[in-house]
Design a protein around this ligand. Structure first.
Ligand code: HEC
Length: 133
């Protein structure tokens, strides 16, 4: 039989335990990202770099992001990876009055991964090809 004091201690311990459990569940839910789960590993790396470097603050991709710049869902149908790598590094070399900032400070490897990833984005052409003739 527990005394009132040990019941109190037990209750406080239990409440604390529940608190930690709830916090863990909440944090896990907050960081759960269905987009990267659905994509392949190389896809999610390119997408992760785009999020990390703020591309989505101007561009929309798969319904996420802003439309200051063009939507990139089908950019792979118009631009090659090599062109995009040059563009991302320094848009002004290709378009002197570009509104997109240069990303010269990014590691070349990260730019390459992003450009490869974007060259695979062909949402519009896929839709056109699968439409009945
Ligand atoms: C401050 C806004 C802004 C940010 C940040 C930005 N862009 Fe852009 N981007 C633009 C605009 C605006 C254009 C359209 C061309 C122009 O006017 O410069 C563009 C054009 C492009 C194009 C060519 C699109 C086409 O239709 O040819 C690509 C590819 C691109 N951006 C990729 C990226 C990537 C990758 C990042 C992140 C590393 C990024 N952008 C960050 C504004 C931005």
């Amino acid at each position: 039989m527990m005394t009132t004091q040990s019941q109190k201690v037990f209750f406080l311990f239990f409440a604390g335990f529940l608190g930690v459990l709830l916090t863990t569940v909440t944090i896990n839910l907050a960081f759960y990202n269905p987009v990267s789960v659905a994509a392949t590993s190389s896809d999610s790396e390119g997408y992760a770099f785009m999020k990390k470097y703020g591309c989505l603050s101007c561009h929309k991709l798969h319904g996420v992001g802003s439309t200051v710049g063009p939507v990139l869902d089908s950019i792979g149908a118009r631009r090659e990876a090599a062109w995009m790598a040059r563009w991302i590094k320094n848009p002004f070399a290709l378009k002197p009055n570009s509104r997109m900032p240069a990303f010269v400070y990014l590691p070349d490897e990260h730019i390459r991964v992003i450009a490869e990833y974007l060259s695979q984005q062909r949402a519009d052409t896929t839709a056109r090809r699968t439409k009945p003739q």
